[in-house]
Design a protein. Sequence first.
Length: 183
Amino acid sequence: MCTRTNFDRIADRHCNHFNSCFISRSFIYALIRKQQVNGEANVLFSLVHLARTEAIKRNSVVTICKSNDANQCGGNWSDGWIVFQDNNKDGSRDAGETLISSGTIGYGYQLSWTAFGSNNYIRFTPQGLTLSQNGSFKLCPGDGDARYARAVIISKTARVRLPKDTNGDGIYEDAGGSNLMCS
Ligand SMILES: [Ca+2]
Ligand SMILES: [Ca+2]
């Protein structure tokens, strides 16, 4: 006789004919993928924190822009980004502007930034605010499965928020509370 508790049902645990329960492979797979996208969202969280902190410390505008060569602005967000001291505040890394860091999102992920002002960069002021910019990053896995997508919202005051799955349907939401879509 196979007995499943409520917890087993929630965790999608099944029982075998020896009456011991096990967690299904698909559940573990889903759990790992959720953890992966959450890890990537935390990378973005830390990225914003770094740029904001550097802007305050350097008493200068610091910009994050998309970059495909870890040196200049260009390409797509999925290629990577750079963080630099943006002396003339133009969102582009000019000669003599110090490179602070560079990075990329995890392999296979698609990253986009949609914002008021520009979709190419985010600028932070010495006061620790964005330069009149609010927007959101969207992370999608390579296979476009929205269950493993996540948004990272940045407010004008440089506050970072990761919307949850408030309706509990397994898909995280965007800034407006709608399920994320990966196309
Ligand atoms: Ca510049
Ligand atoms: Ca949802």
